[in-house]
Design a protein around this ligand. Structure first.
Ligand SMILES: Cc1cc2nc3c(=O)[nH]c(=O)nc-3n(C[C@H](O)[C@H](O)[C@H](O)COP(=O)(O)OP(=O)(O)OC[C@H]3O[C@@H](n4cnc5c(N)ncnc54)[C@H](O)[C@@H]3O)c2cc1C
Length: 311
């Protein structure tokens, strides 16, 4: 428990409940509590981010299979991968996957956002989201058309210079690829060096950048080791969350909204357990259907990483 003083059971009522303190959840908790007008509860299934390997970039390898801070999922056999089952790490700790990820600062392609907008998602085109990226950022190279300074998220150049990496990028350019000095600028195409979400050589997870500065607010309350199990509804309105915490079953109520930011795997899982998902599937498992939403839990896309190790 962090933030405000320990709560009695009858006090578990807030304006907003944020489920999952990962990349998105820590930002939501910070922004929703910033003007002091609303009370916010942040629930996180994992522990506090005290493992020292979280905070040094070298710790990436140590956390990749560290079950105390990682869900360590394994896929079903993948038809597109000749039936292979693939290991899927996901952060389970304050900061979520931003506490265990590869630290590369990559926003996504302009075209991907524009396609979302073309499909009817007003407000999600690249021009729409760019001001928010800039507002979030504290770019060590300074502000320009694509970058901002003064935001909570530090972005900096890789400190370590390696002649082999330099030679690799040079070789890529010699084969005809353009050199790209900024993968979050005009285009993502080309070879070059990533920037990282680090500050003075330390990992800038969303817990470090967004949650820590907000922990002193009396209207923000954080519960760790708190696994949300089901959303509760009054009619079609989500009104509460049941969660288990160190062997105890607890319930928190939301006066305004519940924000599910439990990650790409656990968000749809929580929705399905709560009755939001493909009706047939839910019925098979004896779950009362609140909303028949066939898209919940399907169409996941992820990028493959193939590592080549050579002597
Ligand atoms: C090993 C690895 C390397 C990566 N490398 C990079 C990289 O270099 N650059 C990059 O841009 N992206 C990278 N990513 C991806 C990036 O980290 C994620 O896309 C991003 O963190 C997802 O944010 P999120 O808020 O959706 O989920 P997460 O950050 O995963 O947060 C979800 C949170 O919800 C919690 N939670 C889940 N279920 C419940 C529940 N039922 N009750 C309570 N809490 C719950 C989880 O424990 C977690 O803390 C990497 C990811 C991994 C795993």
């Amino acid at each position: 428990m962090e933030g405000s003083a320990a709560l009695r059971e009858q006090d578990l009522e807030f304006d907003y409940i944020v489920v999952g303190a990962g990349s998105a959840g820590c930002v939501l908790a910070n922004r929703l509590s910033s003007d002091g007008r609303h009370t916010v509860l942040l629930l996180e299934a994992g522990p506090k981010d005290t493992n020292i390997w979280i905070h040094v970039p070298l710790g990436y390898g140590k956390l990749f299979k560290e079950k105390t801070v990682n869900w360590m999922y394994q896929t079903e056999p993948e038809p597109g991968l000749d039936g292979r089952s693939v290991f899927q790490p996901r952060g389970k700790v304050l900061g979520g996957s931003s506490s265990i990820n590869g630290l590369l600062y990559v926003r996504g392609q302009h075209e991907d956002y524009d396609r979302w907008r073309q499909r009817g998602n007003i407000g999600w085109g690249y021009d729409d989201v760019l001001p928010y990226f800039k507002r979030a950022e504290n770019q060590s190279r300074g502000a320009d058309t694509y970058h901002g300074t003064g935001g909570p998220l530090p972005v900096s150049d890789w400190r370590h210079e390696d002649p082999l990496s330099e030679a690799f990028v040079k070789a890529a350019v010699e084969t005809g690829l353009p050199f790209n000095g900024d993968f979050n600028g005009a285009s993502q195409e080309g070879a070059g060096f990533f920037q990282t979400t680090t500050r003075r050589g330390r990992r800038a997870s969303s817990a470090v950048s967004y949650l820590r500065p907000a922990l002193g607010r009396s209207n923000l309350h954080v519960e760790t080791d708190a696994l949300a199990q089901r959303l509760l509804f009054e009619g079609r309105r989500a009104s509460g969350v049941t969660f288990s915490q160190r062997g105890r079953q607890r319930t928190a109520r939301a006066r305004k909204e519940i924000l599910v930011s439990s990650g790409a795997y656990n968000s749809p899982q929580l929705l399905q357990l709560s009755g939001i998902g493909p009706a047939d599937l839910l019925k098979q498992h004896g779950i009362d259907v609140v909303l028949d939403a066939p898209g919940v839990g399907s169409d996941l896309q992820d990028h493959l990483q193939v590592r080549i190790v050579m002597r």
